[in-house]
Design a protein around this ligand. Structure first.
Ligand code: UGA
Length: 354
C-alpha cells in the first residue's frame, strides 16, 4: 500500500512515516518544506521524499495523490496563539489548501485519512466527548481562537458530505493533546509560540517561572505519540473496511490533568531526571491573564476528555502510556535534542524496525 503523507516532517508525520516504513507492504511518499525531523527515514528504500509547499506546488501535490492509495493531509497550523494572531493565515493553510486536497481525493477516488481535532468539541459540557452524539460548541466570532476548531469542523462536514454524495472513502481522526518527541521547536522561547508541554519544558530548562494562563485550572487529556500512531496504523490498515466512514477520538481519557498540575509534574520529573531547576518552588509558576498572554481573541475550554469507546470497539485499540511516563519520555526527548545529559533515555517513537 502506498501512503502519501503531506506534512511528513511534522510532529505526527515524521513519527508515522517511521512506523510505516518499518512494516512490510507499505511504501511512504512524504511531502514537506523541510526534512530536518526525518533523520533515519530519508534514504530508506520504502520512503520517498519530495520537498514541496502544498500552497504553491499544486502539480506536485496532485501527481502524488494520483500515485497513492491512501492520503493523509497533515499540513496545518495547530498553535492557539496563531489562531488569535493570524486567523487568516490559519484559514488559508488549514482550510483552503486542505479542501483542495480533499477534492483531489474525490476526483481520483483515493481514500483519505483526515486529521480533525479535539478542538471541534469546543466548550461542550459533556463529561466525555463522543464522536457521534456530542454537540460542537464554539464561542463568538470575535473570539478568533475558534477559527481552527470551526474550520476543522467544516472540513469534517465536507468530507462527510463527499462520502454521502460521491462515495469518498474516508476516516476522520481527532487527536487529543498528543505529546512526544519533536512536538514543537523548543528553541523558540517566544510566549505562546508552541503547545503547552513544549512551552513549559522550555521555561523549566531556562530556569524561568511557568506562566499559568488564568490560573491553570483548565484540564486536558495528554496522549503519548506512540499510542496515537498505533491507532493511526490500525486506521490505515483498515481491516475489512471497519474504519470507512467513521470518526475516531484518539486520546487517553485517564491522562487528564489541569495545566497547573501539568507544570508541577513536569518540574518534578525534570528534578528526577536532571536534578532540578534553580528557581525556588514558590516562584516556579506565575498566573497570567489570557487576554494579556494571548490577546483579546482568546477563549478557553475548561475540560476536554475523549470517549474512546468506538476506537476500542472498531480498532481494538487502547492507549497504554500513562501521564507521567508520557511526560518523562517527552521531556527526555527534548533534553536529548538540547544535548543535556539526563538519567532516563526516552523511548523514542523513532525506533525504525520495530
Ligand atoms: C490544542 C491546539 O489547538 C492543537 O494543538 C490541537 O488541535 C488540540 O488542542 C489538541 O492537541 O488536542 P490547547 O490544548 O488549548 O489546544 O493548546 P495548548 O497550547 O497546548 O494549551 C493547553 C492549555 O494550557 C490552555 O488552557 C492554555 O491556556 C494553557 N497554557 C498554555 C498555559 O497555561 N501556559 C502556557 O504557557 C501555554
Amino acid at each position: 500500500m502506498k501512503v502519501l503523507i503531506l506534512g511528513a516532517n511534522g510532529f505526527i508525520g515524521n513519527a508515522l512515516a517511521r512506523r510505516l516504513i518499518a512494516r512490510d507492504g507499505y511504501e511512504v511518499l512524504g511531502l514537506d518544506l523541510d526534512a530536518d525531523k526525518l533523520d533515519g527515514v530519508l534514504g530508506h528504500p520504502r520512503f520517498r521524499f519530495s520537498q514541496a509547499d502544498i500552497s504553491t506546488d499544486r502539480d506536485g501535490v496532485e501527481a502524488s495523490i494520483r500515485e497513492s492509495d491512501v492520503v493523509l493531509p497533515l499540513v496545518a497550523i495547530a498553535t492557539p496563539s496563531l489562531y488569535v494572531r493570524e486567523p487568516l493565515r490559519v484559514f488559508e493553510l488549514d482550510f483552503e489548501e486542505n479542501l483542495r486536497v480533499i477534492r483531489l481525493c474525490v476526483r481520483y477516488k483515493k481514500r483519505i485519512v483526515f486529521p480533525s481535532t479535539s478542538e471541534v468539541y469546543g466548550m461542550g459540557s459533556d463529561a466525555e466527548f463522543d464522536e457521534d452524539t456530542t454537540p460542537l460548541i464554539m464561542g463568538p466570532i470575535s473570539k478568533q481562537r475558534w477559527i481552527y476548531g470551526c474550520l476543522k469542523q467544516l472540513l469534517d462536514r465536507v468530507i462527510w458530505a463527499y462520502g454521502f454524495e460521491k462515495d469518498l472513502r474516508f476516516t476522520i481522526f481527532r487527536p487529543f493533546n498528543w505529546i512526544g518527541p519533536k512536538l514543537d521547536r523548543i528553541e523558540e522561547p517566544k510566549i505562546g509560540s508552541s503547545r503547552v508541554v513544549t512551552q513549559f519544558i522550555g521555561h523549566i530548562v531556562r530556569d524561568e517561572p511557568i506562566p499559568l494562563v488564568d490560573g491553570g485550572m483548565q484540564r486536558r487529556c495528554y496522549t503519548y505519540l506512540d499510542d496515537g500512531i498505533d491507532a493511526l496504523l490500525r486506521i490505515i490498515e483498515n481491516p475489512g473496511g471497519a474504519c470507512d466512514g467513521q470518526i475516531f477520538n484518539i486520546g487517553h481519557p485517564e491522562n487528564e490533568c489541569s495545566v497547573r498540575d501539568l507544570a508541577r509534574r513536569l518540574r518534578r520529573i525534570y528534578e528526577e531526571e536532571f536534578g532540578g531547576t534553580r528557581i525556588p518552588a514558590e516562584r516556579a509558576v506565575r498566573v497570567v491573564e489570557s487576554e494579556s498572554f494571548y490577546g483579546e481573541g482568546y477563549q478557553d475550554l475548561v475540560h476536554r476528555k475523549p470517549s474512546i469507546r468506538k476506537a476500542k470497539r472498531l480498532l481494538g485499540w487502547s492507549p497504554a502510556v500513562g501521564l507521567d511516563e508520557a511526560l518523562r519520555r517527552t521531556l527526555g526527548s527534548f533534553l536529548d535534542d538540547l544535548g543535556m545529559a539526563h538519567r532516563a533515555p526516552h523511548a523514542a517513537a523513532d525506533r525504525v524496525g520495530r
